[in-house]
Design a protein around this ligand. Sequence first.
Ligand SMILES: [Zn+2]
Length: 318
Amino acid sequence: MSKRSAGLGWALVPMLLLVAVVNGCSSDKEGSDNTKPAKSAPVLATTAIWADVISSATCHAIPVDSLVPAGSDTHDFELSLHASDQVLESRVVFTNGLGLDASFTPVLDMARDAGVEVVDLGAAMDSDMPPIAGDPHFWMEPERVRGVVGVVAAKLKPLELMDSTELDRCAKQYSGDLTDLTTLMAREMEVIPSSRRKLVTEHHNMGYFAQRFDFEVLGAMNDASGSLAETDARHLEKLRVLMTSAGIDTVFVQAGESNDKAESLARDVSVNGEVVPLYIETPPKTVDTSADAGGIISSTYVQMMTVNAERVAAALSK
Ligand SMILES: [Zn+2]
């Protein structure tokens, strides 16, 4: 579990394994784990990414669970039967908002009715950085995440789950880590010439990433964000033409989700066309030591985004 690849510059990144964060929610099958965890965490997040961010921003001093375990996609996730127990036993639930976790509304409403605070992080974003319509994936931009760390700390402080001064220190330290992450990612992707800073994704999930790191979203195979509806053949043909004229033959997809249509699209554009897996919707459920991943571990948000920047740089700088 602690195996890590050498020379990736992550030696200083604290190892938090999301596997531990989501303990009690480790079923292989989505929504089918009805085993009640031994003890529910006082702090919940809807996604494993936010659970890691919150845990990291509090120096891992507070137990944080996620309703959607690492390795599962929030878009098509059905909450397990024990999710309602989890939320009722928690003190606060942090949601992504912007429509991403809208299907959990009944459970979150029940939590609210029972006096559990529900915090919408998307709605708490800085007003000078408004949300991008049709794209709820604002965690794909570390500065946006840094922007809500203060909100997380402010909501946790009255709950007295950890020392208040220590909470401030941890939140400040993690904010610094996120600034460093933004710098590191930008530096990693400097090798990509401006003519190739164009993204094609499965659905609209890299708008915030593009905005921060100076990319253009050329298009998405599925134009309706968050929807898993069938991609339209005519739309895909238009996208193929667009990619061909832009000289872009890379399609970025969520790692671990096979996508035959993305493979066909990339190959239809060019013989060298490729599908590149990124950690967008979720980090991997387990440590990824496969040859394809180059022995890379991506368990924390910081690590996940570091891998994403490396993969985007490698794919588009060719
Ligand atoms: Zn998505």
